[in-house]
Design a protein around this ligand. Structure first.
Ligand SMILES: NC(=O)c1ccc[n+]([C@@H]2O[C@H](COP(=O)([O-])OP(=O)(O)OC[C@H]3O[C@@H](n4cnc5c(N)ncnc54)[C@H](OP(=O)(O)O)[C@@H]3O)[C@@H](O)[C@H]2O)c1
Length: 302
């Protein structure tokens, strides 16, 4: 795989769950980074984020010119499925329109463009989705990301990376679902998890490393990035409890039909990683237990 040598990286969504892992990794590699966030004056890992609301096109154009990046890693999004359902206009502005503008700017200025899309562009009626499968989103979130993908793929040298469900401790000041689950397992509280919803989960840390690997390459088009194992959310909770040396009895099974939600939830959006494995045979995608073991090292789990 031919590898380019990127200079300055523009990272959008740098204060988000995935963005903060990416920023930490970029800073540890001493890369030249321009980090955008919606928050003013946030400093993360020694890098001061610039406040840019991607829904403001004039601000985006001005800040892009100032950044003058060689590579753009675009993770900024309205990422909550419920938030998008409640405010579809904002979802479209943030996820679709802003992505189109950034993809256009990167193409015009000959920068590499890596866009983080989602497994929720699929309806989950199949399993082990491949890159060529048709887009069938069920939610506003999935639809806005699918529309964004089309704008990015308009440029043959841009890359859409469809990322599976991510997990891991939060590096920013917001408590993640994973943090809550760890807390629940530690305190023996019961935790209700779907037994009929399957994903191919991957840690934020591995995803960040993978995204930087692919950003350094010349791979373009569509690429799926998920963990090597397909598992239900219930199984994720049970295996986490056991990895922490606790009983998995606190993980209670629920079915999707038991829980009211505004939009249908996709059943199985597991992503096939064959293209990834062919392109990056040396990149190890750890098993769930390997991921959990790596997180425990040096963490406050015991
Ligand atoms: N987490 C997952 O399991 C997962 C799975 C598949 C794909 N993805 C994709 O990965 C990317 C990152 O997801 P995440 O989980 O890290 O989400 P997140 O924690 O919600 O982070 C989203 C980031 O986008 C920023 N943002 C939101 N609205 C913005 C606006 N109008 N202008 C500028 N920035 C804005 C947020 O800024 P503030 O921090 O300032 O609010 C935040 O930094 C998204 O594209 C998501 O679709 C995530």
């Amino acid at each position: 795989m031919a590898v380019s040598s990127p200079g300055r990286v523009l990272l959008t969504g740098a204060s988000g769950k995935l963005g903060s892992y990416l920023l930490r990794e970029l800073c540890s590699q001493d890369k030249s980074v321009v980090a955008w966030s919606t928050r003013s004056d946030v400093e993360l890992f020694g890098c001061r984020c610039r406040r840019v609301d991607v829904r403001q096109p004039d601000d985006v154009v001005a800040a892009y010119r100032e950044a003058s990046p060689d590579v753009v890693i675009h993770t900024a999004a309205l990422s909550g499925v419920g938030d998008c359902y409640r405010d579809p206009t904002r979802a479209r502005q943030t996820n679709t329109i802003a992505t189109r503008l950034l993809a256009d700017l990167a193409a015009r200025h000959e920068a590499r463009f890596v866009y983080t899309s989602t497994d929720l562009v699929f309806d989950g009626k199949k399993a082990w989705y491949v890159e060529t499968d048709c887009l069938t989103p069920l939610s506003v979130y999935g639809s806005t990301k699918a529309a964004a993908e089309r704008s990015v793929l308009h440029y043959p040298r841009h890359l859409v990376l469809r990322v599976a469900l991510l997990f891991g401790p939060s590096l920013n000041d917001r408590v993640s679902f994973f943090d809550q689950q760890v807390q629940a397992v530690e305190s023996g509280e019961s935790c209700v998890l779907f037994e009929d919803e399957w994903r191919t989960p991957l840690s934020f840390q591995t995803a960040a490393r993978a995204i930087l690997t692919v950003a350094d390459s010349e791979v373009s088009g569509l690429l799926h990035l998920g963990g090597p194992e397909r598992m239900s959310r219930l199984e994720m909770g049970q295996r986490m409890a056991r990895a922490m040396g606790k009983s998995d009895a606190s993980c209670k099974a629920a079915k999707r039909e038991d829980v009211a939600s505004g939009e249908p939830r996709p059943r199985d959006t597991s992503l096939c990683g064959d293209r990834w494995a062919r392109l990056f045979p040396d990149f190890h995608r750890p098993t769930y237990e390997e991921e959990l073991a790596e997180m425990r090292v040096g963490q406050a789990w015991q």
